[in-house]
Design a protein around this ligand. Structure first.
Ligand code: PEP
Length: 252
């Protein structure tokens, strides 16, 4: 049985004090309500990993980063390596978020490299895929997602693939308030699971966790998470409010 998972992507938000307060509030509220069968991952900006690490890890929650370098180490000013994340006790790392694909020109090949670096350092990748509005309107969403999944992940062995979390994030739903319908989410999640089944077989397809992301809120999470192939959520805006995030983490 796949474990449920909810990850909060804080993006480049909050000052130090706000970050400190948010993590403390999330942990406090989670401790009051948290179901032990849900993995909760908090992905703050890099400079706040230390504070989040202490609060999250000592309370049984997971720490995530939002990006990683394709390089191991060396003269790459401003980059952060997978081994550095691992040394900070980072458990998960988001890869290929649509903002990185669009604004920082991250390709499927970059995604594949980042996934490799993370797995080499025992950090679990949360790999984002999703179509832009125009692709959906043109009926290209299945082919776009197939390309992202296969080029980003299908070089992995079966054992490596079982470490991966995939996040389906339709770009038109991210930060827009326009959530995918439960039908749209389930349709794509089951399509992705089918791709994994075809390539890796039933065990891996049943193991792999597929999250939904894109304007997922305390109001709509329950319906989305009730879909059979939706194993949880990658949450942006709503992860910045302790109450909302904790409600989402309990929406199973
Ligand atoms: C995201 O950026 O990963 C995301 C899902 O954002 P939001 O929840 O704000 O749409």
């Amino acid at each position: 049985m796949r474990r449920k998972i909810v990850a909060g992507n804080w993006k480049m938000n909050l000052d130090f004090q706000q970050a400190d307060e948010l993590i403390a509030n999330i942990v406090k509220e989670l401790n009051q309500h948290h179901r032990k069968d849900v993995d909760v991952v908090i992905c703050p900006p890099f400079p706040y990993l230390m504070i989040a690490d202490y609060e999250a890890e000592t309370n049984g929650y997971f720490l995530g980063a939002q990006n990683v370098s394709i390089f191991n180490n060396g003269a790459y000013t401003g980059e952060i390596s997978a081994s550095m994340l691992s040394a900070m006790c980072v458990d998960y790392c988001i890869v290929g978020h649509s903002e990185r694909r669009k604004l920082f020109f991250e390709s499927n090949k970059d995604v594949a490299e980042k996934v490799n670096r993370l797995l080499e350092n025992d950090v679990k990748p949360i790999v984002c895929v999703g179509e832009v509005l125009e692709e959906r309107e043109n009926g290209q969403h299945f082919s776009v997602i197939k390309k992202q999944v296969s080029e980003g992940l299908f070089h992995l062995t079966e054992g490596q693939m079982q470490q991966i979390v995939i996040a389906y994030e339709p770009v038109w739903a991210i930060g827009t308030g326009r959530t995918a319908s439960t039908f749209q989410a389930q349709e794509i999640h089951s399509f992705i699971r089918g791709l994994v089944l075809e390539k890796y077989g039933a065990e891996t397809a049943n193991e792999i966790r597929i999250l939904y992301g894109g304007s997922c809120t305390a109001k709509n999470a329950k319906d989305l998470f009730a879909m059979p192939d939706v194993d949880g959520g990658l949450i942006g805006g709503a992860s910045l409010k302790a109450n909302d995030f904790v409600t989402i983490a309990q929406s199973f």
